[in-house]
Write a protein that binds this ligand. Structure first.
Ligand SMILES: Cc1cc2nc3c(=O)[nH]c(=O)nc-3n(C[C@H](O)[C@H](O)[C@H](O)COP(=O)(O)OP(=O)(O)OC[C@H]3O[C@@H](n4cnc5c(N)ncnc54)[C@H](O)[C@@H]3O)c2cc1C
Length: 400
């Protein structure tokens, strides 16, 4: 017999889950809401975990999304430190790991993702930081004192940001990653190589085109062996090699899943009354086909959108992706599809520092990355959404 019953249950108290509350309340002021999450911290923003918390731009209380008053005013039952273990889509119930059952009318899965683990000997050693949560930040911060050494494994967003932040905190930092330059899935070669050299200039040792083969403990630290047999001794090992969407609940319940929980344009899963949003959702992006994004702005937008649809709106989710990052002084905002395999055209005001990189598929503009150019996200969205054929000449100076 279900013990507790709610109009709406949101599983996963990350930014998508918290945003869903706003979406629901936009449509329905009265329905009861349960927001339930495995982490013990109130919903918070993850981007500062690899940036402002290290550079002094923000303190932990500032990254918490809402205070207790918000949940009170929105009549949300917020339960933290509770993991949901099972969904029964027929009975419209979920069960937590303590065997408590909750009944929902509408359910949102906002379960995000879990860091991918290194599949090498020693990859599961205690103390290796698979960096994702505020808890991970607190742990790493406590051991990342000035003068310590760190190996950062992975050269994508998280690895690059963490290496910059640790270096800015005066640690000796080595990076190892398989591609030839940093953030190679997004940065075209010339910019990627330039930024990689900037890292070297900042004193970060870069082992590009390389991978770790094993890790072992020695004394208080770690010894990582690379492909050439070199042994890298560091106090800390931080890993950022991507995430796996947290689909296990959905899959066990028989919902359609792939590289994410599959949803339609209304963010509805294959099961009646169950929706998904954020890093976990594999959605049909207009013009691109099925897509799963791991971006803060997408999680906010999808969370709100799913909330509204759960509460009775029936609006398709049409969205041009947006994300941002900071690497030392190089900050950027990117809109649309910024895949370095597309043709790129760089409109620099100052080469590799200030300007816009356009990403084209033939004569179609797919994406734009504004490098140290701010406040132009809507302009870039507008250009992409026009969908008209463009020439590189017509793009020169289009965004400043
Ligand atoms: C260090 C870091 C820096 C980032 N920087 C940027 C950036 O600069 N720009 C950008 O656009 N994006 C950035 N991102 C990505 C962005 O933070 C994510 O896209 C966003 O957090 C996704 O939100 P979400 O709510 O979908 O998932 P998550 O944030 O992963 O939240 C999901 C929550 O669900 C909980 N959960 C999972 N399963 C269960 C269960 N069975 N029961 C209960 N709870 C469960 C998890 O514990 C978690 O708290 C960054 C991410 C990290 C980790």
């Amino acid at each position: 017999m279900p013990e507790q019953s709610y109009s709406y249950i949101i599983v996963g108290a990350g930014v998508a889950g918290a945003s869903a509350v706003e979406g629901i309340r936009h449509q329905d002021r009265d329905g009861s809401i349960l927001l339930i999450g495995a982490e013990t911290d109130r919903p918070y923003d993850r981007p500062p975990l690899s940036k402002q918390l290290w550079t002094g731009g923000k303190a932990v209380p500032e990254i918490v999304l809402h205070d207790d008053a918000f949940y009170r005013e929105h009549a949300v039952d917020l339960r933290l430190g509770i993991e949901i273990a099972q969904i029964d889509p027929v009975a419209h119930t979920i069960r937590d790991s303590g065997n408590v059952t909750y009944r929902y009318e509408r359910l949102l899965l906002a379960t995000g993702g879990t860091p991918r683990r290194l599949d090498i000997p020693g990859g599961d050693l205690d103390g290796i930081s698979y960096y994702r949560t505020l808890h991970d930040y607190r742990q790493l911060r406590a051991s990342a004192g000035e003068g310590k050494s760190a190996l950062v494994i992975g050269g994508g967003f998280i690895g690059s940001e963490m290496a910059a932040s640790l270096r800015a905190n005066k640690l000796e930092v080595t990076m190892i990653f398989p591609s030839s330059w940093l953030v190679s899935r997004v940065f075209p070669e010339s910019l990627g190589r330039y930024l990689t050299e900037q890292y070297r200039g900042r004193g970060v040792e870069i082992l590009a085109g390389d991978v770790p083969l094993s890790i072992r403990r020695e004394g208080d630290g770690y010894v990582t062996r690379n492909r050439t047999g070199r042994e890298i001794r560091t106090d800390l090992v931080v890993v950022g090699i991507g995430i796996t969407p947290e689909v296990s609940l959905a899959r066990a319940a028989g919902l359609s899943t792939g590289n994410g929980v599959i949803v339609d344009e209304f963010l509805q899963t294959s099961a009646p009354d169950i929706y998904a949003a954020g890093d976990v959702a594999l959605f049909p992006e207009a013009g691109f086909g099925p897509r799963r994004l791991e971006h803060w702005d997408n999680a906010v937008s999808q969370g709100k959108h799913a909330g509204r649809n759960m509460a009775g709106a029936r609006e398709p989710f049409t969205y041009v992706p947006f994300f941002f990052s900071d690497l030392f002084e190089f900050g950027y905002e990117a809109v649309g599809d910024v895949d370095s395999r597309l043709t790129t055209f760089a409109d620099w005001q100052e080469e590799n520092k200030t300007g816009v990189i356009y990403y084209l598929d033939g004569d179609r503009l797919r994406g734009a990355m504004m490098c140290n150019v701010w406040g132009q996200v809507d302009a870039a969205r507008g250009l992409i959404q026009k969908g008209r054929p463009v020439s590189t000449e017509s793009l020169r100076g289009a965004i400043r």
